[in-house]
Design a protein around this ligand. Structure first.
Ligand SMILES: *[C@@H]1O[C@H](CO)[C@@H](O)[C@H](O)[C@H]1NC(C)=O
Ligand SMILES: *[C@@H]1O[C@H](CO)[C@@H](O)[C@H](O)[C@H]1NC(C)=O
Ligand SMILES: *[C@@H]1O[C@H](CO)[C@@H](O)[C@H](O)[C@H]1NC(C)=O
Ligand SMILES: *[C@@H]1O[C@H](CO)[C@@H](O)[C@H](O)[C@H]1NC(C)=O
Ligand SMILES: *[C@@H]1O[C@H](CO)[C@@H](O)[C@H](O)[C@H]1NC(C)=O
Ligand SMILES: *[C@@H]1O[C@H](CO)[C@@H](O)[C@H](O)[C@H]1NC(C)=O
Ligand SMILES: *[C@@H]1O[C@H](CO)[C@@H](O)[C@H](O)[C@H]1NC(C)=O
Length: 378
């Protein structure tokens, strides 16, 4: 595809230079570069459109009418350009839930000023173009809820170093999570790769993310152990690792996650006892470890040290008005994945006493973690 000629005007060039002399000292070269390369932006957008089929009326405004090369694409649906600093540069491309069908054009990698790319909840297929790794200014990449296949390109992890949010939830991605992810994407706050077909281990490099709040790898095929170094992530609020093939013990270090609210480790192959440190995470509101190979007992004061605990995973929604005995079994089954008849359960008191002491009449909602994560039972 040939790039259309760029069509800057002397007026546009001189006015942006003037603005920059007044407002952004030191970046007049950027402004000049922006003014002379809007043709590249247009070519990238037209390439993006050309690879979409089926389609929607939304892209009707995306046409190569007179003036498009001069920057009128900035008013196309979903396209947002920089203000006076970099005139004609696309900074946001947002077309979520737009019934887009087709593939993602590698030419989007030419939108070098892009900060937000949100194509979530469409019908996009094919692979994620590695060229997106050229978007060094990108802060948010949201391709969730599509049918993207292939791997998570290493180029994105190595190139999009300014990402704070990476959401590839609910696609058909395979391969491993690039091991250098935590070493390169230092600004990550939000990392959602759930509901794919990712395999391999959880990268230890994640332990080096200073600002991370959410890590969700729910419903993949990850194996190996949970890296104990994840206990370093004191900013972490959500850790979703349920529905994988993780084994080994729950690391004692997870007890250091003093801001953790959701800890979902259910439906794996974890073994051993739940480390006592976990009962010290007083910020927890959701705790699910059901359907593992865990053993041991729940401390009698567990519900005192976890005062905010509201939700934990079970197979069905249960009534909080149910009798306390069945409720206790529910608690036991939830936390340990075992029934009270299981020989590995050694509660200090009878189950009834245990439950009566533990609950103190506190009302706790019982919510299926699968519902919480908005997915279906496997
Ligand atoms: C091109 O888009 C403009 C709006 O940006 C619209 O008014 C015009 O009808 C479109 N032209 C064609 C041929 O679709
Ligand atoms: C735009 O991106 C395509 C695909 O990566 C590439 O072939 C082309 O050279 C790029 N154009 C410019 C002007 O960078
Ligand atoms: C991404 O898209 C999904 C689906 O539209 C949406 O729920 C989510 O809030 C978006 N933003 C981020 C930062 O993931
Ligand atoms: C990354 O973002 C920061 C602001 O959050 C900005 O100062 C910096 O220039 C950006 N880096 C790149 C390569 O765009
Ligand atoms: C998931 O990936 C494995 C290979 O890693 C493959 O055998 C399997 O068919 C994939 N499953 C789905 C649902 O794509
Ligand atoms: C994380 O914690 C481990 C001990 O659990 C420690 O050895 C390591 O240096 C810490 N830092 C990083 C970045 O992993
Ligand atoms: C739990 O917290 C208490 C009070 O801070 C502390 O004494 C105890 O050692 C902690 N237990 C574990 C297993 O971390």
């Amino acid at each position: 595809m040939a790039a259309p000629p760029s069509s800057h005007t002397p007026l546009l060039l001189s006015s942006s230079l003037l603005l920059c002399l007044l407002l952004c000292p030191g970046s007049s070269n950027d402004a000049a570069a922006a003014a002379i390369s809007t043709g590249d932006e247009l070519a990238a957008l037209l390439s993006f459109k050309s690879m979409l089929s089926g389609g929607s009326d939304l892209l009707a405004s995306w046409n190569h009418s007179a003036g498009a090369a001069g920057g009128s694409y900035c008013s196309w649906t979903g396209v947002f350009c920089s203000g006076r600093r970099h005139p004609g540069r696309v900074v946001d491309l947002q077309l979520p839930s737009s019934s887009l069908t087709g593939r993602i054009s590698p030419w989007l990698g030419n939108l070098s000023f892009l900060r937000v790319l949100n194509l979530a909840s469409n019908n996009l297929a094919g692979e994620i173009p590695p060229e997106l790794g050229r978007l060094t200014r990108l802060r948010s990449l949201n391709l969730s809820d599509n049918s993207l296949q292939g791997i998570i390109p290493t180029a994105i992890v190595e190139g999009c170093t300014n990402l704070t949010s990476l959401n590839l939830h609910r696609n058909e991605l395979q391969g491993t999570i690039p091991h250098e992810i935590g070493a390169k994407l230092k600004h990550l706050v939000y990392l959602k790769l759930s509901e794919n077909n990712l395999s391999g281990v959880i990268p230890v490099s994640l332990a080096a993310l200073p600002r991370i709040k959410l890590i969700s790898f729910t419903s993949n095929a990850l194996f190996g152990k949970i890296p104990p170094a994840l206990g370093n992530l004191t900013t972490l609020e959500t850790l979703g690792l349920n529905y994988n093939k993780l084994k080994g013990a729950i690391p004692t270090s997870l007890g250091n996650l003093g801001n953790l609210r959701f800890l979902a480790l259910g439906f794996n192959r974890l073994a051993g006892e739940i480390p006592a440190s976990v009962w010290n995470i007083s910020s927890l509101t959701l705790f699910g470890v059901q359907s593992n190979k865990l053993s041991g007992m729940i401390p009698l004061n567990a519900f005192n040290t976890l005062p905010h605990l509201q939700q934990y995973g079970v197979g069905n929604i249960a009534s909080t008005h149910g009798d306390i005995y069945s409720y206790g079994i529910l608690v036991l089954e939830t936390v340990t994945g075992k029934w009270p008849t299981d020989s590995t359960i050694r509660p200090g008191l009878s189950l009834r006493q245990y439950v009566e002491q533990g609950i103190h009449g506190r009302v706790m909602d019982v919510v299926d973690t699968k519902l919480w994560y908005g997915q279906q039972t496997h």
